[in-house]
Write a protein of this length. Structure first.
Length: 224
């Protein structure tokens, strides 16, 4: 019980620090606020802020860590006989339906403020691109594990690059439409249609790649 209380207090402090930082960043811009000023506004020491968030950038983008391995987890956890693309499509469509911020389809004020910050701050965009690159690496590993691909086989890497490129394009377009004031509910039908079109295009290129069970998967011959 003591450990549970400690973890709740840590979570509350993280949320408090992020909220304070986001308010300051929104008012004055990311580059116009120092960690010391965030600490003062949050009524904690600068060291406390850095203990929770090692860099100022982490105050904005650390939540992305939860999604770095998400595509790989989806592939590894897919149903027996389900292709990797079918699992990834299913997962992305479910996230759209939930208005998951990771899909770009969220008009919640706090989410929009974070997205605007990331889009308008080069150092934050570099972190976003880094997260995307790491996701691509973990997805490559999941494809390689499922297919038993040789270390020098480029197929898992190329397949992962295509999937992540499509996801980034979908998320970017959803975020763009949120940024011009459209509502998530209004954009949702178009977002679903675009996602299905994108995965249809991937299917035509990758076929039923990684279609067997998550334990004994093998490379299936793509449709031509």
């Amino acid at each position: 019980m003591v450990d549970g209380l400690r973890e709740r207090k840590k979570a509350q402090m993280r949320l408090h620090l992020r909220d304070v930082a986001l308010k300051l960043f929104t008012e004055r811009g990311f580059d116009g606020v120092s960690v010391a000023e965030i600490a003062a506004a949050a009524d904690v020491s600068k060291m406390t802020v850095l203990n929770y968030f090692p860099t100022k950038e982490d105050l904005v983008v650390s939540h992305l860590e939860d999604h770095v391995e998400e595509p790989a987890r989806v592939v590894r956890g897919r149903a027996p006989g389900e292709s990797a693309l079918a699992a990834l499509r299913r997962h992305f469509l479910a996230a759209l339906a939930d208005r998951d911020p990771a899909t770009g389809l969220s008009d919640a004020p706090k989410v929009r403020a974070v997205q605007e910050l990331m889009l308008g701050t080069p150092v934050l965009m570099m972190r976003v691109l880094d997260f995307s690159a790491r996701s691509r690496v973990t997805l490559t590993e999941a494809f390689a594990e499922a297919t038993g691909a040789a270390a020098d086989d480029p197929t898992p890497r190329l397949a992962a690059a295509q999937v992540m490129g499509v996801r980034l394009a979908l998320v970017t377009e959803n975020g763009r439409r949120m940024s011009i004031g459209e509502s998530a509910d209004a954009v949702y039908p178009d977002a679903v249609a675009a996602a299905n079109l994108a995965f249809d295009m991937l299917e035509r290129g990758l076929g039923i790649y990684v279609a067997d069970s998550p334990v004994t998967g093998s490379v299936s011959t793509p449709r031509r």
